[in-house]
Design a protein around this ligand. Structure first.
Ligand code: GDP
Ligand code: MG
Length: 201
């Protein structure tokens, strides 16, 4: 099975741990404990029939004293999820700092912006248009998706976007047997044929 590392970044309390917990364990808590250092969870994703990939999703504590861990945290990651809290304007501005850290430590990482806490509609401070502007400015993949880890709204969709971005970038489809295989390989590792086509999702 192909395995990919995903890192989750964003200001303290934007909802990083909650998003990962909703996606991996399908649960939510109003009272979370601050993440200490770095933690990660795994999730198997089924994509089309009989195609599976494994994501290891890394959660960063975000406190200043853990900054020394950042290069190791970002190293080897295929994608970075940049989270902002839709009820707190300052968290969208903070994304620029995370982009800097990520770009300094990784050359060709896929960056995706995700909004959190969309269930708190009455407290909303950031419009879709504002988030889209930041996403384009920092050359992030696709359009930012708004999520709620409390209700689960759009959580699967947000991660599906991540999976699609990775597949489009790293995999090709075999013209002979239809399986997806790495763009780094010259022949398909399922049937041994050598015609790979770009994946259209
Ligand atoms: N209403 C609501 N609260 C959320 C949501 N996501 C996270 N929270 C709350 O926001 C606080 C911080 O969440 P946490 O995941 O610990 O943030 P982190 O510091 O980025 O890991 C906790 O009290 C969560 O219960 C959400 O989608 N909706
Ligand atoms: Mg946390």
């Amino acid at each position: 099975m192909l395995k990919y590392k995903i890192v989750v970044a964003g200001a303290k309390d934007v909802g990083k741990s909650s998003l990962i917990t909703r996606y991996c364990d399908n649960s939510f808590s109003e009272t979370t404990q601050g993440t200490i250092g770095v933690a990660f969870k795994r999730k198997e994703v089924n994509f089309k029939e009989n195609f599976k990939i494994e994501l290891s999703i890394w959660d960063f504590g975000g406190e200043e004293k853990y900054r020394i861990l950042l290069p190791a945290y970002v190293k080897g990651a295929s994608a970075a999820l940049l989270l902002y809290d839709t009820t707190d304007k300052s968290t969208l501005e903070d994304i620029r700092n995370w982009v800097k850290i990520i770009d300094e430590n990784s050359k060709d990482i896929i960056k995706i912006i995700i909004g959190t806490k969309i269930d708190l509609k009455e407290n909303r401070e950031i419009s879709k248009a504002d988030a889209l502007k930041i996403s384009e400015k920092f050359k992030c993949y696709g359009e930012p998706v708004g999520t709620s880890s409390k209700t689960g709204e759009n959580v699967e969709e947000a991660f599906l976007n991540v999976v699609k971005a990775i597949i489009e970038r790293d995999l090709q489809v075999c013209k002979h047997c239809g399986q997806l295989f790495s763009k780094k390989l010259k022949i398909c590792n399922f049937c041994g044929e050598n015609i790979g086509l770009d994946v259209v999702l």
